[in-house]
Write a protein that binds this ligand. Structure first.
Ligand SMILES: [Zn+2]
Length: 235
């Protein structure tokens, strides 16, 4: 079974970059990581998290953990920051071109750009510690710029956190050759499948269903009316 290492950057007394609105990079990294973990676990993968709460873990410990657990690939999650508030793009880093890491990076990056619609910063190389110290192929995603005000307000929302996790999951799906379904393994999977098949409910345009997202009154009304017209047809 494929073992996947997820590394939410920073944590504890190391907040990472901080936005003008007070949002801390470590919070975004963890929120996306936890969503990604769930999606992958529901698809049957074993997931190894370098942290799953707000604590400080050194880079050396993180790499050692992944090497000890002999994971097959590592995804490190960060948010970029720049001196200019206008910088905004999403990009994926690897240590050096070629090999599995580049395939993973390209697969993830294309989904990130497609799903977020953010400017494409491309696949880049960098001599980051986590990339060179892990034995498994590793990539590091910089999920936009926290120094950009618009991006920072978006990054604070569950919606974009979910989209980022979904994009990385879909990218991994293309690389590992599985079909990405975000309600797979959910306790209500069968009910969701029937609701979709019957046309009573539909997913989001990006292919997600977001099973744990609360429904609005408008969405409830739409479902009830579909049900009502069906009952009238059958009456
Ligand atoms: Zn960072």
């Amino acid at each position: 079974m494929v073992k996947i290492g997820i590394d939410p950057g920073h944590g504890g007394n190391d907040p990472g970059a901080i936005a003008a609105n007070g949002l801390q990079e470590k919070e975004v990294n963890l929120a996306v990581a936890l969503r990604l973990e769930k999606l992958l676990r529901n698809s049957g993968y074993s997931v190894f998290m370098s942290r799953n709460d707000d604590r400080a873990i050194s880079l050396v410990e993180r790499a050692a953990y992944f090497n000890r657990e002999q994971v097959d690939l590592v995804i490190s999650l960060h948010v970029n920051s720049a001196d200019t508030a206008t910088a905004e793009y999403i990009c994926t880093f690897l240590l050096a071109p070629g090999g599995e890491a580049e395939l993973i990076a390209r697969s993830i990056q294309s989904q990130l750009v497609e799903i977020t619609g953010w400017p494409d910063g491309g696949v880049r190389t960098a001599n980051f510690y986590i990339l060179r110290a892990t034995k498994a192929p590793a990539v590091l995603v910089e999920m936009g710029f926290i120094s950009n005000e618009d991006t920072a307000s978006l990054l604070a929302t569950e919606s974009i956190q979910y989209s980022l996790a979904w994009a990385i999951y879909r990218g991994l799906g293309n690389y590992l050759d599985f079909t990405p379904i975000d309600y797979q393994g959910h306790w209500a999977q069968n009910a969701i499948q029937q609701a979709l098949d019957s046309g009573f409910m539909s997913g989001y345009p990006d292919g997600t269903f977001r099973p744990d997202q609360a429904a609005t009154r408008a969405e409830l009304a739409a479902v009830l009316i579909k049900l009502w017209s069906q009952l009238k047809v059958n009456a």
